[in-house]
Write a protein that binds this ligand. Structure first.
Ligand SMILES: [Zn+2]
Length: 312
């Protein structure tokens, strides 16, 4: 136990030491916020929203602000980007200005972790600039019905079913759709040589948000976390909030496993739908499951339904 705490502390220290703020517009790990409510975050258009680029490891940067966290990998063959900020030309231009602070290489590949516009918002601008934009089949399928006040993001120009791998300038990239979780088209992006994972909104600090209307699933979610934990990494860029260690992701998996097994147990015992959320023990999990993101019928009905199926 003590040894594990020491390891965790040393991993954290390494991340803090490696984190260099290149622009002081926002604190490292800023850009927090729920991002997407039902159907995804609505904010988008307008003035640039305080983006900042931060080095996480040599050749790997995180851009915070203006929606979800964006990952940037710089190679001598071009740039790889994960997630594209809130929809809007000003946000795209600001993101490109952040990238230009660290490289003049063009963006060759973009991976979209999921449909919500605070991650997928500027797909079209990257395609127009000549990039391959990759997302899971589910992301493209959900776009057919997805809408947000900021507008509708464009479809990716490359899709995959289970996994997709590519190389650029010595960097290796593996993209996985392990399971439905935050949405039905979540991608986990793994950079094995850097030992970094970009988790999108499927792996976050704090309480997760299950977007059932866009294909999300509580019952499948732990499979996504388990698949991620099989990868050899020490640093994870969550969709929002501060950089996580592998130990943070292990703790997050325990919370998910507990939440789903306790909810299944309640359904098995016959707890009625309207009493379900309040009956789940969460004091050791720390997630508020009695807010609107859980109690709205569009969330609670499918949650109860998938738990009812899972118990059989
Ligand atoms: Zn999201």
């Amino acid at each position: 136990m003590f040894r594990r705490i020491l390891l965790t502390l040393s991993a954290l220290t390494a991340i803090v030491a490696a984190t260099v703020v290149i622009s002081a517009q926002a604190p490292p790990g800023g850009g927090q916020g729920k991002g997407d409510g039902k159907g995804g975050d609505g904010k988008g258009k307008g003035a640039p929203q305080g983006q900042a680029i931060v080095q996480i490891k040599p050749g790997f940067y995180e851009v915070t602000g203006a929606g979800g966290n964006t990952s940037v990998v710089v190679t001598n063959g071009g740039v790889i980007v994960v997630d594209t900020k809130n929809l809007g030309e000003a946000n795209y231009n600001d993101l490109m200005a952040q990238i230009k602070k660290v490289t003049n290489q063009p963006v060759k590949y973009v991976v979209i972790t999921h449909v919500h516009q605070d991650h997928s918002g500027n797909t079209k601008s990257f395609i127009d600039a000549g990039a391959k934009v990759i997302a899971a089949d589910g992301e493209k399928a959900e776009l057919a019905t997805y809408t947000a006040p900021a507008g509708k993001p464009a479809e990716p120009n490359v899709t995959y079913t289970k996994n997709y791998a590519f190389k650029l300038g010595g960097a290796q990239v593996r993209v996985y759709h392990f399971a439905r979780a935050h949405t039905g088209g979540d991608s986990i992006v793994y950079f094995p040589t850097l030992k970094i994972v970009a988790g999108g909104d499927a792996i976050v600090n704090g309480a997760p948000n299950i977007d059932f209307p866009n294909g999300g699933s509580a019952v499948e979610w732990p499979k996504l976390v388990a698949g991620t934990l099989k990868l050899d990494f020490d640093t994870l860029i969550p969709g929002h909030g501060n950089v996580m260690t592998k130990a943070d992701v292990e703790a997050y998996k325990t919370k998910w496993d507990n939440l789903v097994s306790r909810a299944e147990e309640q359904v098995k015992k016959g707890t009625p739908k309207d009493k379900l959320l309040a009956s789940i023990k969460t004091d050791d999990i720390g997630w508020n499951v009695t807010g609107a993101q859980w109690t709205a019928p569009a969330r609670l009905d499918p949650f109860y339904e998938e738990l009812s199926k899972a118990k059989k």
